[in-house]
Write a protein that binds this ligand. Sequence first.
Ligand code: ATP
Length: 235
Amino acid sequence: MAAIIEIENLSKQYRGGTKALNDVSLTIEEGEIIALLGPNGAGKTTLISIICGLVVPTGGAVRVGGHDIATDWRAARRLIGLVPQEIALEPFETVMNSVRFTRGLYGEGSDDAWIGQVLRSLALWDKRDTPTKELSGGMKRRVLIAKALAHRPKVLFLDEPTAGVDVALRREMWQVVEQLRRDGVTIILTTHYLEEAEEMADRIGVIDRGRLLLIKPTAELMGEFGKKTLTIELD
Ligand code: ATP
């Protein structure tokens, strides 16, 4: 497997003093699903935002598909799709148009065959002509994912995909991630829940106070710690 994301000694100190990331290094292989687990304020969103080029780091380097985000940001950004925490959709647009719109933002020409494939994979095809405001919460989250995949990225970031959702919807999101895995997408997701990380990820990274405390294959980590210990530590 080839490395798709290489993070070296990454740090971020926000103005006003918060050291949100402290010397984080991590390599992610193509096709992997990585869960970044950590409590509020641990630095998960900051890490994702830096890789996506939305926040400028104060130290270290990130390469996506070999492209350095500091010098070759556009090429790096094309390889990435980001599903943000907040649901922000165009309420009066249909699902199809909403996804087409995002593809246009990347300067990509129309490719309805690809968008159709994405919508089918996310079980949204039957809703393609429905305005997004008429969709359920779970469907809206799927549309956000479809939008993030619109320009055919290699890597998908899911920032707390199940924050504030009920158990049924959380399970639905797990199934969506499983489908994306079958489609060969590399996924990095953040979560507060160990069971969620265990359910979906090949490797789990634990972040706390800006530091990547550990990153290990899921089975190995679960074997070493057991659910209870790790949950208590993070609480
Ligand atoms: P959550 O699980 O609540 O989303 P997180 O792990 O994603 O948390 P971050 O949002 O990356 O954590 O925040 C890490 C630290 O950086 C926190 O102390 C936060 O208050 C601080 N922080 C985040 N964004 C900014 C900003 N724009 N300016 C100043 N400090 C910030």
